[in-house]
Ligand binder design. Structure first.
Ligand code: CO8
Length: 258
């Protein structure tokens, strides 16, 4: 499918989606959000894709929801259309692993979009923030909820109440990002991580994603039960037999996603 506000490129089983609204710091307008959800769903359904990388430009991953588009909306409109619920649900429903590769600004909806991905690799230039308070609103798609689970209450309150930005080093220290890399190497490093994931059994990778994500929804005892049941169920797969046999035979596993 041809897109106007994003670029999509599939190579070696990795789908690279690049947000592309340079005139507005990749602000997330209706068109971009619709195209992004469609591209993610297309990649999720494609046999050619085993892992997805989502990125922006050197200047901005995304500077949040499009303020021009939102500014005149009424309560009735945002409530009745349930603004951003669809994006949250569609992105959360992607079953293949999604890595956010963040350089520059990831603000408001941009920070929330990065948190909707499975993990974040940040360039040294990355700046994360939930500055919605400066616009007279609260975060709308996870900035008060996911951020609090990722970095704890104190830092989340600080970010959401002051609207200040967090640099890459602080974001790594706080557990928001998994690693920080030089800006010039961001795509190379994110793609290498995606390729490493793409070499695994896709079945197992999807089970890992689903199981880790349950930890944010369940109390520990229920989460451990869910994990154990998924672990047990993996013994019904050919890839479990192959993975363990390959280890014992001291060779590379040949996974078949079965
Ligand atoms: N919306 C619309 N346009 C934007 C946005 C935005 N969020 N951010 C930047 N732009 C535009 C600017 O208006 C400007 O356009 P123009 O040249 O036509 O005036 C252009 O991008 C360049 O921006 P600046 O001139 O401001 O560039 P600076 O380098 O001076 O500053 C900043 C960069 C710091 C990123 C600054 O632009 C900024 O603070 N932007 C707004 C950040 C913000 O408040 N984000 C939160 C938005 S609200 C939100 O995200 C609610 C959550 C919704 C969920 C989303 C669901 C997916």
């Amino acid at each position: 499918m041809a897109y106007e506000t994003i670029n999509v490129d599939v190579q070696d089983h990795v789908c690279l989606i690049k947000l592309n609204r340079p005139e507005a710091m990749n602000a997330l307008n209706k068109e971009l959000i619709g195209e992004l959800c469609a591209a993610l769903e297309e990649a999720d359904a494609s046999d050619k894709v085993r892992c997805i990388v989502l990125t922006g430009s050197e200047k901005a991953f995304a500077a949040g929801a499009d303020i021009k588009e939102m500014s005149e909306m009424s309560f009735t409109e945002v409530f009745s259309t349930n603004l951003f619920a669809d994006a949250n649900d569609r992105i959360s429903a992607i079953r293949k692993p999604v890595i956010a590769a963040v350089a520059g600004y990831a603000l408001g909806g941009g920070c929330e979009l990065a948190m909707l991905c499975d993990f974040i690799i940040a360039a040294e230039t990355a700046k994360f923030g939930q500055p919605e308070i400066n616009l007279g609103v609260v975060a709308g798609i996870g900035g008060t909820q996911r951020l609090t689970r990722f970095v704890g209450k104190s830092k989340s309150m600080d970010m959401n109440l002051t609207g200040r930005f967090m640099n890459a080093e602080e974001a790594e220290r706080a557990g928001l990002v998994s690693r920080v890399v030089p800006a010039k190497k961001l795509i190379e490093e994110a793609t290498a991580a995606a390729q490493k994931i793409a070499e695994k059994s896709l079945l197992t990778a999807m089970a890992v994603k689903e199981t880790v994500n349950r930890s944010y929804e369940l109390p520990l005892s229920e989460g451990l039960l869910f994990e154990r049941r998924v672990f047990h169920s993996m013994f019904a797969t050919e890839d479990q037999k192959e993975g363990m046999a390959a280890f014992l035979e001291k060779r590379e596993a040949q996974f078949r996603d079965k």
